[in-house]
Write a protein that binds this ligand. Structure first.
Ligand SMILES: [Zn+2]
Length: 334
């Protein structure tokens, strides 16, 4: 269910949320549906896994911590507990469909195989189609047995209000920078790397850890160098687009978009220390001087559209898409 090294380890910025859940449980007030709400990369899913492991733990009665060692805990960690269901978009699909919800409801209608509770995690809940959400709503309105539903949402506002109103909401804001930085520095064994990665991930520590891995930060630096070559006129847009494609389409679009946002901020007089790509400050200043604002807005629109197409996986010609971005970049040079 989770690829984390030790899913039973509490994330240091989740203390308040754990206290709240533990108090609900101690008072017999743990609701049958929880909505974990907050930006992506702050550990909501990991919180859900640990909570559901605790619910299915066969040794500990209290919610915190799960023992980590019994049959229930081990099956949750392996992603194979028969009384735990995960509802997520199927591979190659963007959304959670009504058929998936129907089949889930059928399964949770059966008796728990190990005689305990049943548990369901929906992630990300906002990816349910309207019909899927309506079907789930009926179950949330008339809960069956003592199933516990945990909905994880990165954009809870996109969920129907009827679903939100059926759940107890637990907020997961972006953690305090010092707490997040200390945790990440230990994970990456680098304080400087932690600072850069955390800023690039807008403070979301788990996303920052992913960004720091696999040479993705180096790929970002290569993109900055490509952009400088394009505005100087000594870069070939076709070859550069090929390099971006090797980086990975979504990664390349992510970096390009966040750089365009930084450049628009610089053009609008924002100070360099507020930039996402702060460590690339001098290069960002050179790029801002070399581009006009109107061109940057055109690039912003083009990148938003490209990302939408990439997420929708509509018969993409990735090379052509990236070439048009590189050419537009060259064209926008002041
Ligand atoms: Zn256990």
């Amino acid at each position: 269910m989770t690829a984390d090294k030790n899913p039973w380890l509490k994330l240091p910025w989740h203390a308040t949320q754990w206290q709240r859940i533990a108090a609900m449980q101690a008072g017999g007030r743990l609701p049958h549906a929880l909505l974990l709400r907050g930006p992506e990369g702050v550990g909501k899913y990991r919180f859900a896994c640990r909570l559901l492991a605790a619910v299915l733990c066969e040794r500990h009665d209290s919610l915190d911590p799960p023992c980590g060692d019994c049959r229930g805990c081990r099956l949750v960690a392996a992603g194979t507990h028969p009384d735990l269901q995960e509802l997520a978009p199927l591979e190659s699909k963007q959304q959670i469909g009504i058929d998936q919800v129907r089949s889930l409801i059928q399964r949770i209608g059966l008796t728990a195989q190990y005689g305990g509770r049943k548990a369901v995690v929906v992630v990300p809940a906002e990816r349910m189609t309207r019909a899927a959400a309506n079907t789930l709503l009926k179950t949330l309105e008339e809960p069956q047995g003592d199933a516990l539903f945990v909905l994880v949402a990165h954009r809870a506002g996109a969920l129907p209000a009827t679903i939100r109103s059926r759940c107890q909401i637990v907020n997961f804001p972006v953690p305090d920078t010092d707490v997040a930085k200390a945790w990440l520095a230990a994970e990456l064994a680098s304080e400087e790397g932690a600072e850069t990665a955390l800023r690039l991930a807008h403070g979301a520590p788990l996303n920052a850890r992913v960004l720091a891995a696999d040479g993705r930060l180096a790929a970002r630096e290569a993109i900055v160098a490509d952009l400088e070559r394009l505005i100087r006129g000594d870069g070939d847009p076709i070859a550069i687009a090929g390099g971006w494609r090797d980086t990975g389409l979504l990664d390349a679009l992510y970096w390009l978009l966040s750089m365009v946002c930084d450049l628009i901020r610089l053009k609008n007089g924002r100070l360099a220390h507020s930039l996402t790509h702060l460590d690339q400050g001098p290069a960002m200043q050179r790029l801002a001087r070399g581009l006009d604002l109107l061109g940057l807005f055109r690039l912003f629109d083009l990148l938003i559209e490209a990302r939408r197409a990439a997420l929708g996986q509509l018969n993409l010609n990735e090379q052509l898409m990236l070439e048009s971005i590189a050419i537009e970049w060259q064209r926008s040079s002041a």
